[in-house]
Design a protein around this ligand. Structure first.
Ligand code: PNS
Length: 161
């Protein structure tokens, strides 16, 4: 069984993330979306809010499961008996970071392969930070994030649409 993990902060889930989830779920038998629980970071959304949003967004995807993890990603993969890491690759600016984490993870466990999916052009400029910033000032994010994410952001920023 081919089990893949798509790790990230997902603070919150954007259309770019969702696109990678849909596409990578076709490449593996089971896809685990791993939401990083990092106490050193100050996310906008709690771990429960991020997980609940992802669960709602993936509820019709039969082979997708949402889990949290803390500590090393390679340990999470081992626990889940997974050996594929999925990452989205947007632009040249992502290259150094993605190269570094893929090589680091491989050096810790050389049974693990990282697959980077090239982001669709329409999402190539998107990041959760950009979506949060636009939403904070009441900008239009309807093409950047699913309705469920937009509703959560509007609630968080007390925006009535
Ligand atoms: O969405 P992000 O914030 O770019 O995801 C980064 C993530 C979660 C993939 C990375 O921070 C991670 O794997 N953290 C877990 C700690 C770890 O394993 N570090 C060593 C490899 S970088």
């Amino acid at each position: 069984m081919r089990i893949g993990v798509y790790p990230g902060s997902f603070d919150p889930t954007t259309n770019g993330h969702l696109d990678i989830i849909k596409r990578s779920a076709k490449l593996v038998d089971k896809l685990i979306v791993g939401v990083l629980h990092n106490s050193a970071k100050q996310p906008l959304f709690s771990i429960d809010e991020r997980v609940m949003l992802l669960e709602e967004l993936t509820k019709d995807m039969d082979n997708v499961e949402v889990c949290t993890f803390s500590g090393l990603l390679v340990d999470f993969l081992k626990e889940k008996e997974a050996n594929i890491i999925i990452r989205g690759f947007r632009a040249v600016s992502d290259f150094e970071y993605e190269l570094q984490i893929a090589q680091t993870n491989y050096s810790m466990n050389n049974n693990i392969e990282t697959i980077c999916l090239i982001t669709r052009v329409e999402y190539s400029f998107l990041s959760a930070s950009i979506v949060k910033e636009i939403a904070r000032y009441g900008g239009d994010i309807s093409k950047m994030a699913p309705k469920e994410t937009i509703d959560l952001l509007n609630k968080k920023f007390n925006i009535n649409n």
